[in-house]
Design a protein around this ligand. Structure first.
Ligand code: CAO
Length: 480
């Protein structure tokens, strides 16, 4: 890291020896004030007086050797880059991250899959299996604070970059890895998003009771694990300010998904105490098995909720609203839908009385929501504090002005594909403001990294380049 926080100077021994009794009254007062200030500072520098946003970025000075590919690892390093880390993405010469060429929509340009996961990074191409390539990698390991990777199990070791070797080259470096599974029977498996969703308990608890397990659209296996890894990395960086040494940070995708599904493991254990009464299955009189069932659109938080049709459904596939019959707002719900007697009728007045009739209650609420668009329902309900969620399509999200204003949805310009939309940094720091810069072209920063970051002299750069370590193998060599 570039600069350490300025610490308060320890008192000199002579000063420490001076007895307060020997000081004048004023000096004694001053000293008391000073020591109070010191004890409040926790060793931190004096609060900056610069305007917010002008103190660099949260991770300015942190350099990342980004050995990630596809989605999980790049999600993590993109977040770190948005917080100001210098992220150097190492890619295989000629090929790069495989996603550059996946789901291509503009011929000859990097795919949106790649561009939307690799903002604010620099790209260098290195063949890690070429000795000169390894020379560059070792130089990078010396210069970086964190190495992040999500290769298949054992791939980094096979390159010769074991934890022991990396740690020997740079004992301060943090080595952060994503694998599909943690230690155990599946530790050697390659894993993609949906494999993790299934193995982490998400699929078995998603979907309708009478249908097959479902995967979700949210990439909880890949992007979710990337988020977990980013937190592990910044925690390790913080610990390093005290320990002075690096450590390994490992996150398994199965574990990351399970962490996001913890309410379902909660329900698994509650089953021992009887049926899960907030599940609509209970109200419908369907017996529970011995594992957490799929709960359709029931709310996971214990407040009965369901997705209801609004004006335009089902022709408009997104004309729906998530409606929660939260106990504290039962009265306003009854008034809104035109059933004021339900507020006092013992058959409806309490959550317990409503449980067996939830299906019929939601049908009655739906007869009201069907008279309004999802936005009208939103307006009417929020006016009286009833929480509802409009089912927004990606088209609506892309056009939503408030998301543009908050820079959660941003327009980015790219030299080969032109303008495109991306999701910006969803985490807003008031003193570390993210700007979204386009993803790098393959190997775009190879030369500047070799010279400016690693300090290789022109003859070394030439030697490395001549070895073929930074360029794609020639066609005839490939065929041989
Ligand atoms: N130079 C030379 N070789 C390189 C290289 C470089 N710059 N970068 C990668 N390689 C090599 C690796 O060393 C590896 O070679 P070996 O198999 O000979 O050791 C090879 O490329 C392939 O790496 P891989 O096994 O990681 O890639 P894959 O496409 O076969 O598998 C994936 C992809 C994602 C299934 C696997 O990497 C994985 O399971 N990762 C961990 C879990 C994960 O992150 N999954 C999420 C992916 S996003 O959905």
């Amino acid at each position: 890291m570039a600069k350490k926080a300025k610490r308060q100077k320890p008192k000199s021994r002579a000063a420490a020896r001076k007895s307060p009794r020997k000081m004048g009254k004023l000096a004694a007062k001053k000293s008391t004030k000073k020591s109070a200030q010191q004890s409040n500072s926790n060793g931190l520098p004096t609060p900056s007086s610069k305007p917010y946003g002008q103190n660099g970025k949260a991770l300015t000075g942190v350099r990342i050797l980004d050995f990630t590919h596809v989605q999980s690892g790049p999600t993590c390093t993109q977040l770190l880059a948005w917080f100001g880390a210098d992220v150097i993405k190492v890619e295989r010469p000629g090929v790069g991250d495989i996603t550059r060429g996946q789901l291509v929509d503009v011929k000859g340009a990097d795919s949106l899959y790649f561009t939307m996961l690799n903002h604010n990074k620099r790209s260098i191409t290195i063949d890690s299996k070429n000795p000169q390539g390894m020379r560059v990698l070792e130089a990078l390991i010396k210069k970086c604070d964190v190495l992040v990777e999500n290769f298949a199990p054992g791939a980094l070791d096979r390159m010769g970059l074991t934890w022991q070797r990396i740690n020997k080259i740079n004992p301060r470096i943090i080595v952060a890895s994503i694998k599909g599974f943690g230690p155990g029977p599946y530790e050697d498996c390659k894993v993609y998003e949906n494999v993790a969703q299934c193995a982490g308990g998400s699929a078995s608890t998603t979907g309708f009771r009478d249908g097959p397990p479902l995967v979700t659209g949210a990439q909880i296996g890949d992007s979710g694990t990337g988020l977990h890894l980013a937190l592990g990395i910044v925690s390790a960086l913080y610990q390093r300010t005290r320990s002075g040494r690096g450590q390994k940070v490992d996150v398994a995708m199965q574990d990351g998904v399970l962490n996001l599904c913890r309410v379902k493991l909660r329900d698994q254990q509650r089953l021992k105490a009887g049926p899960l009464t907030e599940y609509s299955q209970y109200g419908e009189g369907v017996a529970f098995g011995d594992a957490t069932p799929r709960a359709g659109n029931d709310s996971g938080g214990g407040q009965p909720g369901w997705i209801l049709k609004c004006k335009g459904a089902p022709e408009d596939p997104d004309a729906y609203i998530y409606f929660i019959t939260q106990a504290p707002v039962w009265g306003p719900i009854c008034d809104l839908i035109g059933e004021p007697t339900w507020k006092t009728d013992p058959e409806y007045a309490t959550p317990r009385a409503r449980l067996p009739k939830l299906k019929a209650i939601f049908a009655r609420i739906e007869s009201w929501t069907l008279t309004k668009t999802k936005f009208e329902v939103m307006e009417a309900c929020n006016a009286v504090d009833i929480p509802v969620g409009p089912i927004l399509s990606m088209k609506e999200i892309a056009a939503e002005p408030s998301l543009r204003k908050s820079r959660t949805v941003v327009e980015v310009d790219h030299p080969t594909r032109g303008k495109y939309l991306s999701v910006g940094n969803p985490i807003k720091l008031s003193d570390s403001i993210s700007e979204v810069r386009r993803s790098p072209l393959l190997g775009e920063h190879t030369d500047e990294i070799l010279t400016d970051v690693l300090g290789f002299a022109a003859k070394d750069v030439a030697e490395i380049k001549n070895s073929g370590a930074l360029s794609a193998p020639k066609k005839e060599e490939k065929a041989a």
